[in-house]
Design a protein around this ligand. Structure first.
Ligand code: ADP
Length: 622
């Protein structure tokens, strides 16, 4: 067969591997053993679900052989094998693990050291090998094929011969150089150590041949098989016996994440439903987390046998960031995807898992605030979206997991903390929304609340205000936007006086409104200290929501009911009153300018900037 070229992305990863300066090359063995174990899983699963396939679990194993003279290491499995086409497709193209590594690297421009913690699958073998041969016979086929490559110059797939089904991978080690000694991978003890360190939990025996010394020195030394790994899956071990390194290594190996998880949740549940679960809360969002490509789900095992890689039904959408696995004897091996959705046991497990995640998050929030904040930075948006998108149905689960920035504390707080800090007689939870904390902090409406010593929550994520609206209330306290008409923190006497004044100038406001048909109302206010004007809204739609909803592709044009409020004690108020008496035309121009200024303060765009600047220039030239 003619030499074929690797796909472009694969080539880049291969270059990294071949020229790798990464010091921890050991992980190549973990990757190959993990592939072998997956391949056995696939065949074992077939034998359990298909009565025609007769195989005994005890026959499955992974062998690791060293040949010092030939300078090779072989990894041999009796798993499902690969056909000619599979050899070509699976090993010629970058696989899942590799492609996510690649994207992470592109995105964050991380250095090459992440390879070690991350694993890039099969290709990592090129860190130690100058040539790799993969001899494989697929289950159900009579033919075997061999894939050969030196990494750099492409690969070949040729017909070959092999007795048993399965795969045999042979690495011809690179030559030693002044920096690296590849001979160490020919040492039995060294390889055993690597297997114990990274692959101890692999479910099938990893067997090496060991020389048995004989009393009779003249006889050739005998060899015998020895199983290196303990074979107990990590999630079936006692939590107290598993080290942090083991959890982390398992996590990065299985879930392709190069950063340590923020939290490991290992549990063994008994009773009405029995299961083991090992869950991880990642410490950062995967590159594709907030895209349609991201697939949620936990691995589902039935008594140690993997039956599904991403069982979506085990996780609610708002906890879709959680990674991990569930192993239960109560789930039937033969269950189909369709039946699984109806499965009562699975539903019970999912409920229990959800509760566990919720409680764990609450505990982290209570005991380890900085870790929680990190988790919230990555996934808070998803939690908020969980409230908003379910129209409040998930409020109970999620409301105590939210954080919002506080004007008083100058950091993020929970709603519970807000309530416990409330002033005497305070009836509502006040919030303001805008593009950023700094911008919100400068809003005239916010200043007024701060002056009266009220705590205000600053909302700057686009889902925030929608979330607040879906929540409706927290512990009986309703939410109120500081820019909305309904907030009422003013002294009743002052209020009365203001109402009187507004009534008095009703006709003037009518004239002004004719110049500004887009606003619902214009009036004097006493809530502004130094600022001449501000905008507020009547009804449920705030200015921020109007901004957001109009950027959505639904095509609806949403309008907030806007009120232009003018500072009654600012000289501009008097000026307006004068103009109303003497020059109604000029009053209209002033009104437009004031309105546009208020929009600018709110961080909104103005419809006709030329008109505004011309009007201001006219005034300046007078
Ligand atoms: P990943 O394991 O992340 O999918 P790899 O590059 O390690 O990526 O492997 C690519 C694919 O090659 C695997 O998904 C699997 O289908 C196949 N493969 C690798 N090793 C074996 C093996 N020993 N037996 C059968 N298939 C294998």
């Amino acid at each position: 067969m003619k030499k074929k070229q690797f796909k472009t992305e694969s080539k880049k990863i291969l270059d990294l591997m071949i020229n790798s300066v990464y010091s921890n090359k050991d992980i190549f063995l973990r990757e190959l053993i993990s592939n072998a174990s997956d391949a056995i899983d696939k065949l074992y699963y077939k034998s359990l679900t298909d009565r025609k396939v007769k195989l005994d679990k005890d026959d499955f194993c992974i062998k690791v052989n060293i040949d010092k003279e030939a300078r090779t290491i072989s990894i041999i499995d009796n798993g499902i094998g690969m056909s000619e086409q599979e050899l070509d497709e699976n090993l010629g193209t970058i696989a899942k693990s590799g492609s996510s590594l690649f994207k992470e690297m592109n995105e964050k421009n991380k250095d090459i050291n992440i390879i070690g913690q991350f694993g890039v699958g099969f290709y990592s073998a090129f860190m130690v090998a100058k040539e790799i041969r993969v001899l494989s016979k697929a289950y159900g086929s009579n033919d075997a094929y061999e894939w050969i490559s030196d990494g750099a110059l492409g690969y070949e797939v040729n017909k070959a011969s092999k007795k048993d089904v399965g795969t045999e991978i042979t690495l011809l080690l690179k030559d030693n150089n002044e920096n690296d000694n590849y001979d160490e991978f020919l040492e039995q003890r060294r390889i055993e150590g690597i297997i114990k360190k990274y692959s101890d939990y692999v479910k099938y025996p990893i067997i090496m041949q060991k020389e048995v010394s004989s009393d009779d020195k003249k006889k050739k030394p005998q060899v015998k098989d020895e199983t290196i790994n303990s074979m107990i899956p990590i999630w079936k071990r006692n939590e107290s016996e598993v080290t942090k390194e083991e959890y982390n290594s398992f996590y990065s190996d299985k879930f392709y994440d190069f950063e340590e998880p923020a939290k490991v949740i290992h549990s063994s549940v008994e009773g009405q439903i029995a299961y083991n679960s090992l869950l991880f809360i990642p410490s950062h969002a995967p590159y594709d987390y907030y895209t349609k490509e991201y697939e949620k789900g936990l691995q589902l095992y039935s008594n140690g046998v993997l039956i599904m890689d991403k069982c979506a039904d085990l996780l609610p959408d708002y906890f879709s960031f959680v990674k991990g696995l569930v192993d239960s004897e109560d789930i039937s091996l033969n269950i189909s995807r369709e039946m699984l959705q109806q499965d009562r046991q699975l539903k019970l497990i999912a409920k229990s898992i959800e509760k566990k995640i919720k409680i764990t998050l609450e505990d982290i929030l209570k005991d380890d605030r900085s870790t929680y904040e990190k988790i919230f930075d990555a996934f808070g948006m998803q939690l908020k979206y969980g409230i908003y998108s379910s129209y409040g149905m998930n409020n109970e689960t999620l409301k105590d997991l939210l954080l919002f920035y506080s004007s008083k504390e100058k950091k993020r707080i929970t709603l519970k903390e807000y309530i416990s800090n409330m002033k005497e007689g305070q009836e509502k939870i006040y919030y303001a929304s805008g593009d950023s904390i700094d911008k919100i902090d400068l809003l005239p409406n916010v200043e007024r609340f701060k002056d009266k010593d009220y705590e205000v929550l600053y909302l700057c994520d686009y889902v925030d205000e929608f979330t607040i609206q879906a929540l409706m209330e927290y512990e009986g306290k309703k939410f109120a936007n500081v820019a909305s008409e309904s907030t009422d923190i003013d002294d009743p006497k002052e209020k009365e006086e203001l109402e009187k004044r507004n009534k008095e100038f009703e006709d003037m406001f009518k004239v002004m409104k004719e110049a500004l048909p887009e606003v619902k109302n214009i009036k004097f206010t006493n809530k502004l200290k130094n600022h001449p004007v501000c905008l507020s809204t009547e009804g449920n739609i705030s200015l921020e929501m109007e901004k957001i909803m109009n950027t959505m592709p639904t095509g609806e044009n949403v309008k907030a009911d806007v009120v232009l409020e003018i500072n009654g004690s600012h000289p501009i108020a008097e000026k307006l009153e004068k103009l109303y008496k003497n020059d109604k035309e000029q009053l209209a121009i002033y009104t437009k300018i004031l309105y546009n200024q208020a929009r600018l303060i709110e961080g909104m765009t103005i419809e006709n900037p030329t008109e505004l600047t011309n009007a201001i220039c006219d005034l300046l030239s007078k």
